[in-house]
Design a protein around this ligand. Structure first.
Ligand code: ARG
Length: 597
């Protein structure tokens, strides 16, 4: 289905043309004066300069030229040259009835046949998932779902940090504690055991210990570096140990990401880019864009117009080791070869912005990425505590993601203590609502912004929160239950009848009904925008408004008690569409709704 604003704009473009003006002025927008009108066309104001004519004259001519085939209730040119538009209720209701029976509520995917790779994991192996990985995971999963809704074939990559210093530190410490481990014996030629020699719990103690020690002990640090180097060179025992650690670590990360409803199509790590690094470097040398600088091999990415520091991209460090830059460069080589994506999107802490700018410039310069592929760095801001600093545990330590999710769910559970539900039901609801509170609290802020984690605000059942949206959905479900019990038709059947167009919305009704309908009618615009701007917060804004409008409608109309059966059915169709749209939208945010609350 054509989006509502496109239908209106097309009518106005025709009118501008018919009146002798350029079509480009016909664009319609949602009114910023809802007290006066629903939509407006401001093209006459813009056209006044081009045509050296009073805007109101243009506006009058356009209104006169406008073909009104039942779309508009009123179209009015007003001084100094705005055109105010009110939609015909029959037209709007018909549009919504068509949405009801259409796939994706009539949304026309814009990107069919294109591929998008989204890099939004970045967790580091052998370290627990902590709060710093929360935002990329939540935002990335949502961006991925929005793009998939828009027709992209989407590939989410976990891009685990599996190859760098932390692994070297862990090896060094493990060897210090247990030198006779077979993995460290260079002369060993047999099979290595299947079992990992350490547990995850032990690793979580070993890593911080080793990390602290390396800060004070130069020799220890050198050993760790050497271990990474040898691992990357393929030393047998190290490879085997690394694989064992990867296995237990990945399994744990999958579980943790899964509990956030975050799922990756690819569980690649930085190590998967390794085979691409040397050929890439050779190619850059051949192209003459790599140069030696203080013993290291670099690519210059500075441009004349830069007014900030722009260091070169590092291909090989002076000791010959590869680092974060080369890994990301080679990962792009790999992605281009495997997927030829239209977009590659990185959802990573915004403090890594410079790194990605260097990398993006280098891959363009090297011809690894051509004009057909867009590279995006969606740098996320931090989640801060009430003190305005990055969120920490009470004792100042790094907060584990699991613990945070549990805290929020517990908070929700407390609020529901007096509900008459079984303990299991309560647990399940608290988990879903808690997760929604956390995610919505995050996603409703633009990705790049920092925000303050406020547990009371996020878990409130009122205001722009996840629980409020879910509560609205549960309310609609309970109205449908009631309707089903008075009519003796199951709610599933009712929903199917709406989907098939057997139960339809009717025109008429009060202002609150019209407003709800208008917001539903704007579904496509809003999702298109969220997709084009990679902006989950636009979905939040849309459903918050939709929920508010639904609640006003609900308070002003007695749905179940309505005696006119056609009208009552019309309302049922209206609230079913509202529910369906909300369901689709929360799915785009990777939020789940409980049946009850
Ligand atoms: N592992 C990195 C970190 O914890 C984040 C990785 C982000 N993604 C990337 N392609 N560099 O800082």
């Amino acid at each position: 289905m054509k989006a509502l604003l496109d239908i209106l704009s097309e009518k106005f473009e025709n009118a501008f043309e018919k009146a002798g003006y350029s079509r480009e002025f016909g664009k319609c927008v949602v009114s910023n004066r809802p007290d006066l009108c629903e939509f407006q066309c401001n093209g006459a104001m813009a056209g006044a300069k081009t045509y050296k004519k009073a805007p109101i004259m243009i506006a009058n001519e356009v209104v006169a030229a406008l073909e009104n085939d039942g779309v508009f209730k009123s179209v009015e040119a007003i001084a100094p040259g705005f055109i105010n538009i009110i939609l015909d209720d029959n037209f709007l209701t018909g549009y919504l009835n068509e949405m009801s029976v259409s796939e994706k509520h009539g949304y026309e995917p814009a990107a069919v046949g294109k591929t998008a790779v989204i890099d939004y994991g970045g967790a580091n192996v052998a370290k627990p998932l902590h709060v710093g990985h929360l935002r990329p995971a939540i935002i990335g999963e949502s961006v991925k779902r929005i793009l998939a809704f828009d027709g992209y074939k989407t590939i989410g990559d976990a891009h685990l940090g599996d190859w760098g210093t932390p692994i070297g530190l862990i090896f060094t410490e493990m060897q210090a504690r247990n030198p006779s481990l077979v993995y460290f014996d260079e002369n060993y030629t047999g099979e290595y055991p299947d079992e990992c020699p350490v547990t995850l719990k032990e690793l979580e103690e070993i890593y911080p210990f080793a990390s602290a020690k390396s800060k004070e002990d130069e020799e220890y640090r050198a050993k760790a570096r050497q271990a990474v180097f040898e691992l990357q060179q393929g030393r047998r025992g190290y490879r085997a140990l690394w694989e064992r650690i990867m296995d237990i670590s990945k399994a744990d990360l999958k579980k943790n990401y899964g509990s956030l409803n975050v799922y990756f199509e690819l569980w690649y790590g930085e190590s998967d880019a390794d085979p691409y690094i040397m050929p890439m470097i050779e190619d850059m040398k051949k192209k003459g864009i790599a140069r030696i600088s203080e013993g290291a091999l670099v690519v210059d990415v500075k441009e004349e117009t830069d007014n900030k520091e722009m260091p070169p991209c590092m291909l090989l460090k002076s000791d010959g080791a590869v680092g974060y830059d080369s890994t990301d460069l080679a990962t792009i080589v790999q992605r281009m070869k495997d997927f030829a994506p239209k977009k590659i999107i990185y959802v990573v802490d915004k403090r890594q912005g410079l790194h990605f700018e260097q990398v993006f410039r280098a891959v363009r310069k090297a011809g690894i990425v051509g004009d057909d592929t867009e590279l995006f760095f969606l740098g996320n801001g931090t989640m801060n505590g009430k003190d305005g600093k990055p969120f920490k545990t009470r004792d100042g330590g790094v907060l584990r993601l699991e613990a945070l999710v549990r805290d929020v769910s517990d908070h929700v559970a407390e609020k529901m203590a007096d509900r008459e539900l079984s303990a299991e039901e309560k647990d399940e609801i608290a988990r879903k609502v808690g997760l929604a509170a956390l995610k919505y609290g995050d996603l409703s802020n633009a990705a790049t912004k920092d925000y303050i984690f406020d547990i009371d605000k996020f878990t409130s059942f009122e205001g722009n929160t996840g629980p409020y949206i879910l509560y609205t959905m549960v309310r609609i479900k309970s109205i449908l239950e009631k309707y089903s019990s008075v009519t003796g038709t199951s709610t599933d059947k009712v929903r199917v009848s709406v989907d098939k167009g057997e139960i339809k919305m009717t025109a008429g009704g009060n202002d609150s009904e019209k407003k709800l309908k208008l917001q539903l009618g704007l579904f496509s615009e809003n999702i298109h925008q969220a997709s084009a701007e990679l902006a989950p917060h636009k979905v939040c804004t849309y459903i918050f408004e939709l929920s508010n409008l639904f609640n006003s409608f609900y308070h002003e109309n007695k749905i179940i008690a309505e005696e006119n059966e056609e009208k009552r059915k019309g309302w049922i169709a209206l609230i079913v569409l509202t529910l369906k749209v909300l369901e689709s939208c929360i799915d785009l945010l990777a939020i789940e709704a409980p049946e009850k609350m």
